[in-house]
Design a protein around this ligand. Structure first.
Ligand code: C2G
Length: 446
């Protein structure tokens, strides 16, 4: 019996896939198909996969061509499988020609002609492409635009900015560049907003009133009342209103949360997050105009609050907000510390645009702790540490583009399929806004 194996994502199964499977089967008597796991696809840069693993396995099974289906979960697994299953022939489409020659050491390698004119990414992009408008003055818009190129089904068509001096030449070459948000909204399906927080409420309201989906850097409003109003408007107009905190979309951060919640360090007793960066103020040191510069509690607060609220919830019984304000700009905190007290835990955050500290995240538990080194908010690595160092575990998850491309994929899914906020809940968003509202009305100055 000649055993053949082939591997693939098999997302949105189409006749190109089926032809490959048929010809693979014809190479021998028994065909094993390895379907790639979600995490493995993400790790190898395939971030647009629409169907979860089980749906893709079921689609392959339904063809009746495969004699056995396995899951491909890690780099190098093919060698294990070929040896374990006694494979005689490995085959894959000609788009991979040369890539798997190393498998000749273990079995015969055959590249089959790829079927022209169809691909999963084309099928994905055929779904109505979302026309996206950018709103704001930040240089992060350049990074965001670059990251959007990795995402099927989205096209940046223009921007609205009161000062585009920090924007790239590529963005400045877009056909639609305006200072009037209404003009931009007439030509887009959705907007990404990273203007100053003081503008978020009015800009989001305008977009939602026109039935446009909104992805907005946190805080998306400065008062709870404003957020409640925007949430109701989004619901009424069946629009997505999503918080953009890229950390939430980092694989390492997300898996760290799952581990902490699984009890691997026992009961979580303390969450301590630090986020500081002097770069924004260094760029402004010769300017008295800090109009578009975000203060510390807005620039870093949402990110630092995320692990606190996602691990301990938002029902803290008390908090103390202490801030060092800038002398020339009384609304601008150079440094803020917030201490939270919960019924069975404590938490703290320290954020600073004008003070430098160690940007780490430490989650303390009754059976160990999780240590995420600086810059934890875009980490690829964390450790689970115990009393006996021999029990320590280290985790690494590649993060391409600081999480922004995954954030865009999630936003698109929400606009296409209405998938509700898998990574940032409305409760998280509300808690962030409430804390910032408190900061503006009730803080201790040092
Ligand atoms: N394929 C094809 N013709 C197409 C599209 C895909 O012959 N029009 C083949 C691919 O060459 C591959 C299989 O169908 O052999 C599955 O394609 P994908 O689901 O795109 O998966 P891919 O990432 O290409 O899988 O490690 C090997 C990879 O997993 C191969």
């Amino acid at each position: 019996m000649v055993k053949v194996i082939t591997y693939g994502t098999y997302d949105l199964l189409h006749y190109g896939h089926i032809r490959l499977l048929e010809r693979a089967k014809a190479l021998g008597d028994y065909l094993v198909v390895g379907v790639t796991a979600d995490g493995f696809d993400r790790a190898r840069g395939k971030i647009n996969v629409q169907q979860p693993l089980m749906e893709r396995i079921e689609a392959v099974r339904a063809t009746g061509i495969a004699d056995e289906i396995i899951v491909e979960e890690y780099e190098g697994q093919k060698i294990d499988d070929i040896r374990r299953l006694g494979i005689d022939i490995f085959t894959v489409g000609s788009d991979w020609k040369g890539h798997f020659d190393y498998l000749n050491e273990y079995c015969k390698v055959v590249y089959l002609d790829r079927t022209q004119g169809i691909s999963s990414s084309e099928i994905r992009s055929e779904k109505r492409e979302v026309r996206l408008g950018l709103v704001g003055e930040s240089k992060i818009l350049n990074k965001f635009a670059n990251e959007s190129k990795y995402v099927n089904g989205v096209k940046i068509v223009g921007y609205c900015s009161s000062d585009d001096s920090l924007l790239s030449d590529e963005l400045k070459a877009l056909p639609l560049r305006t200072t009037e948000l209404e003009m931009l909204l007439d030509s887009v399906d959705a907007v990404y907003i990273i203007s100053h927080p003081s503008k978020h409420y009015s800009q989001i309201k305008l977009a939602l009133e026109r039935g446009k989906h909104v992805l907005c850097e946190s805080p998306i409003a400065l008062t709870f009342q404003q957020y409640e109003e925007l949430k109701a408007l989004a619901q009424k107009n069946q629009c997505v209103l999503m918080d953009a905190i890229k950390t939430a979309y980092s694989t390492a951060y997300y898996r760290m949360l799952l581990l902490a919640k699984s009890g691997v360090i026992g009961d979580v007793v303390s969450v301590d997050a630090v986020c500081t960066s002097l770069s924004d103020l260094e760029a402004k040191k010769d300017s008295s105009d800090w109009t578009n510069t975000w203060n510390s509690i807005c620039a870093w607060g949402p990110t630092a609050m995320l692990p606190i609220f996602q691990l301990l919830g938002s029902n803290y019984t008390d908090k103390v907000i202490t801030a060092k304000m800038d002398k020339q700009h009384p609304d601008f905190d150079l440094f803020t510390k917030v201490s939270f007290i919960y019924p069975h835990a404590v938490a703290s955050l320290k954020v600073g645009q004008g003070v430098k500290s160690e940007g780490e995240l430490v989650i303390s538990g009754t059976n160990g702790y999780i240590y995420v080194p600086a810059p934890w908010w875009k980490t690829e690595y964390f450790e689970v540490r115990h009393e006996n160092p021999a029990d320590n575990k280290r985790y690494f998850y590649q993060l391409d583009g600081e999480g922004i491309r995954y954030e865009i994929v999630s936003f698109l899914r929400a606009t296409n399929e209405g998938q509700k906020y898998l990574y940032i809940s409305e409760e998280d968003t509300s808690a962030i806004i409430k804390l910032i509202e408190e900061f503006n009305s009730n803080r201790i100055s040092i």
